[in-house]
Every structure is written in structure tokens, then in C-alpha cells.
Design a protein around this ligand. Structure first.
Ligand SMILES: NC(=O)c1ccc[n+]([C@@H]2O[C@H](COP(=O)([O-])OP(=O)(O)OC[C@H]3O[C@@H](n4cnc5c(N)ncnc54)[C@H](O)[C@@H]3O)[C@@H](O)[C@H]2O)c1
Ligand SMILES: O=C(O)C(=O)C[C@@H](O)[C@H](O)[C@H](O)COP(=O)(O)O
Ligand SMILES: [Zn+2]
Length: 390
């Protein structure tokens, strides 16, 4: 596999490129200008030297990688302002969005001001929502810096913020002009955040690609050591798989895109109920996939061995497979929160469940009592601290 690659997300007039490079932040402004030159709506700005940007980044990134983006813009004659939001899930809030609108008003930003998100999924989701809504749309560029953002959140155009009751309840579909992934950012990513990203990678194997799942099983050591080769392979494959799904169902209307939500019906309820930021998104997804897989077993869709393979892989990658010790969530409350999931129709829950490793389907007629059974049985295995090793 080469040192850099390019994944095209083919969405007609909203098509864009995901550029994956290593140690090439100095190329950022040139790449941005290429994307703008290829887009009739923005090429004049570059031609006329009207090059202004609004960078949104989080506190941690503001001293780590954001200066590299700023330096690159400087060499190409760009003017920019940088807004720093606090790190962590709590920044996915309407209060933060509102403060960013205020900054844009002060700046007198217009529809040619490029909004650049530099950070993890929180920054990308929040900044993307601002880009989607300010003056009904600013050109938006993602510079993801966490593994989770490389493989998932920067691709596909889901942007938004949390409601105190439920994750991502307020948002939009808004595709970026391009995604610039420099894998060197992973060198500074804390361990827990790195592992959180691995959960979404495992998700792609379960939902779409059994060979990829097998690759992950066979490369645990390399992934745990952040081997650049293994990382390039998994980032590339994850982006390709997500792009293929998004190309076919950009707005999650046919149901296909919903498969990217495997494990999330449980995960989002856990994240909201534990308090945003207590469980990382990827950790919640890891636990949520185990719950969903166990539900699939109860419906005789898969044998236990398929759940076991997921548990073993997730654990080998240092991910949790049950809620943390001491977590005590009421089953009724979990079900209540799950009903705020965006897949819910007419008050009825829908679940993405595996039918084997590499394939999932969306199920809509699952009895609440069965879901209750899963929640209660798995809460008890946690209490026995046996990590669901049945
Ligand atoms: N839009 C989507 O399609 C989509 C997909 C998956 C997840 N998400 C959302 O993404 C969010 C989770 O993303 P996340 O895990 O990146 O969280 P995050 O943005 O909070 O980043 C995790 C932590 O890592 C730090 N960090 C990021 N990059 C770093 C780097 N290179 N070096 C040092 N520190 C770094 C951040 O400052 C933060 O403290 C959740 O809100 C989730 O709902 C969205
Ligand atoms: O891109 C998608 O579609 C996904 O579902 C990817 C998920 O990993 C991601 O967490 C997403 O933000 C969840 O979306 P939501 O619509 O369930 O809030
Ligand atoms: Zn997710």
C-alpha cells in the first residue's frame, strides 16, 4: 500500500475527495485550493485572492496540530481567524454553536469564508453544523485528527450536536468540500481516544466485510502498536466502506445507511445516561455492538460464536464489552432514551443486527420485552464481572 491515497465520495454536485497523507500538513492550503478550483461555486475566490477561513479547533489541538494548518494557509496568502472550543463531548451543544455564530458575525463572514474543522469527531460535528446553518451554508473542510474522525465522523456529512436527552438529536446532512487526513496526528492521540476509534473500525468488519474483520483479528498486535502500515490499511478500507454506503443512501432514507448505526441504538442511550463524555463514543459503540449481537442471538439470527468473535476482538483491542463497574442504569430509562433514536418510527425501535460476520440488516418488529431481557441479562453479567464470557 502506498504512503498516500485518495478516496472519492461520489455524490454528484456534492462529490468530494478524502486525501490521506502522512506528515504533509504543509500541503494543506494547496490541496484546499485544488478542491476550490474544481468547484464552480468557489473557484473565483481563489482566482481573485479572496482567501479567508474560519478555523474551529479544540483546546488540545490548538497547540498541537492546528498551528501547522495555520502555517500552511499563511504560505499561500490566506487570512484566517481561529476559534477554540473546549475539548470533549460537552462541546457538542447549542451553547457552543451559538458562540461560534457570534464569532462569525463579528468577522462579517460571508458565503465564501471557508470553515475548517481541525480536531476529533466533536469538533467536526459541531463545526460542521455551524457550516451547514450559518448563512445557510459555508464551504466546509474537515481536518480530522483522531482515529475515530479519520475513519468515520469526517466522512459522510452527518453534522450536529447533542440534546441533553439524546445524542446528535439536532443536526443536518452537510457534505464537506474535502477531507484532509494526515495520519501523523495519531502520534499524539491519547491511548483511550485511540482505542475508541478502533471500535468503529471493528463495526465496519461486522456490518460489511468479513475479510476485513478477519484482517483485524490477524493484526491485533500491529493495531495495538499503532503500526503505520496497519493503520493506513484500516483507515483506507474504512473510508472506502463508508463512502460506498453514503453514496447509495446519503440521507439515510432507504435504510441502507442505517447499517452504519450498528450498536448505536444502545450506545447513544448509554452515552446520554452516563453523562456526556463519561463513556467515549467508541467505548459506548463497543458495548452497544455486544448488546446488539446478543439480541441477534436471542432472535436466532446468529450463533453465539459470532458474538464471541466480536467480544474477543474488541477486548484484544482494549475496548470495554460491558458497562463500567458501578454503572447502574434503569432498564426503563434506557428504553426511554432509545426511543429518541433517529431510526425510531411511530414509537417503535429499530435495530441493526448481524445475520453473520460481514452482514447486518435493519429489524423493525422486535418486542420491547426481548430488548428488556437483553438489558437485564447483560447488566447481570457485568455485576458478575465475567465480561459476558458465556
Ligand atoms: N458525524 C459522524 O458521522 C460521526 C461518526 C462517528 C462519531 N461521531 C461523533 O464523534 C464524536 C467522537 O469523536 P472523537 O472520538 O474524535 O472525540 P473528540 O473529538 O472528543 O476527540 C477525543 C479527544 O482526543 C483529543 N484529540 C483529538 N485528536 C488528537 C490528536 N491528534 N492528538 C491529541 N489529542 C487529540 C481531543 O482533544 C479529545 O480530547 C462523538 O460525538 C460522536 O458522536 C460522529
Ligand atoms: O454516518 C453514519 O450514518 C453513522 O451512523 C456513523 C456513526 O458511527 C455515527 O456515530 C453517527 O454520528 C451516528 O448518527 P446518528 O444519526 O445515529 O446520530
Ligand atoms: Zn459512531
Amino acid at each position: 500500500m502506498s504512503d498516500s491515497y485518495d478516496v472519492n465520495v461520489a455524490l454528484g454536485p456534492r462529490s468530494y475527495h478524502i486525501s490521506v497523507v502522512s506528515d504533509q500538513f504543509d500541503q494543506f492550503a494547496e490541496t484546499l485550493e485544488t478542491w476550490m478550483n474544481n468547484n464552480p461555486a468557489f473557484r473565483n475566490s481563489v482566482k481573485e485572492g479572496n482567501k479567508t477561513a474560519f478555523i474551529v479547533t479544540d483546546r488540545n489541538l490548538s497547540t498541537l496540530h492546528t498551528p501547522k494548518i495555520e502555517n500552511s494557509l499563511k504560505t499561500k496568502g490566506w487570512k484566517w481567524e481561529t476559534a477554540v472550543i473546549e475539548s470533549g463531548e460537552k462541546s457538542k451543544s447549542l451553547a457552543v454553536i451559538s458562540s461560534l455564530y457570534d464569532r462569525l458575525v463579528e468577522l462579517k463572514a460571508d458565503r465564501q469564508t471557508v470553515l475548517i474543522a481541525v480536531g476529533g469527531g466533536v469538533t467536526g460535528d459541531a463545526a460542521g453544523f455551524v457550516a451547514a446553518t450559518y448563512v445557510r451554508g459555508l464551504p466546509f473542510v474537515q481536518v480530522p485528527t483522531s482515529l475515530l474522525a479519520h475513519v468515520d465522523s469526517s466522512v459522510g456529512g452527518k453534522v450536529g450536536v447533542n440534546h441533553p436527552q439524546a445524542k446528535n438529536l439536532i443536526g443536518a446532512f452537510y457534505q464537506p468540500l474535502g477531507v484532509f487526513i494526515d495520519t501523523s496526528t495519531l502520534e499524539t492521540l491519547p491511548e483511550r481516544d485511540y482505542r475508541s476509534g478502533l471500535a468503529e473500525i471493528v463495526k465496519y468488519g461486522v456490518i460489511l466485510d468479513s475479510k476485513f474483520f478477519q484482517y483485524l483479528e490477524q493484526n491485533i498486535e500491529a493495531l495495538n502498536q499503532r503500526s503505520p502500515d496497519a493503520l493506513r490499511t484500516v483507515i483506507a478500507r474504512s473510508c472506502e466502506l463508508k463512502a460506498e454506503v453514503v453514496e447509495q443512501d446519503e440521507y439515510e432514507r432507504t435504510g441502507l445507511r442505517a447499517i452504519l448505526n450498528y450498536g448505536h441504538t444502545f450506545a447513544h442511550a448509554f452515552e446520554a445516561l452516563c453523562g456526556y463524555g463519561e463513556l467515549m463514543h467508541g467505548e459506548a459503540v463497543s458495548i452497544g455492538m455486544v448488546y446488539a449481537s446478543y439480541l441477534a442471538e436471542k432472535l436466532n439470527l446468529i450463533p453465539h460464536s459470532d458474538t464471541k468473535r466480536q467480544i474477543e476482538l474488541l477486548q484484544a483491542l482494549g475496548l470495554p464489552v460491558s458497562l463500567p463497574e458501578g454503572t447502574c442504569l434503569e432498564t426503563d430509562e434506557i428504553i426511554d432514551r432509545m426511543k429518541l433514536d433517529k431510526k425510531t418510527v411511530g414509537g417503535k425501535l429499530r435495530f441493526v443486527l448481524p445475520t453473520c460476520i460481514g452482514r447486518v440488516e435493519v429489524f423493525k418488529d422486535i418486542s420491547e420485552s426481548l430488548v428488556r431481557e437483553v438489558l437485564e441479562e447483560l447488566a447481570q453479567t457485568k455485576a458478575r464481572n465475567d465480561d459476558f464470557q458465556i
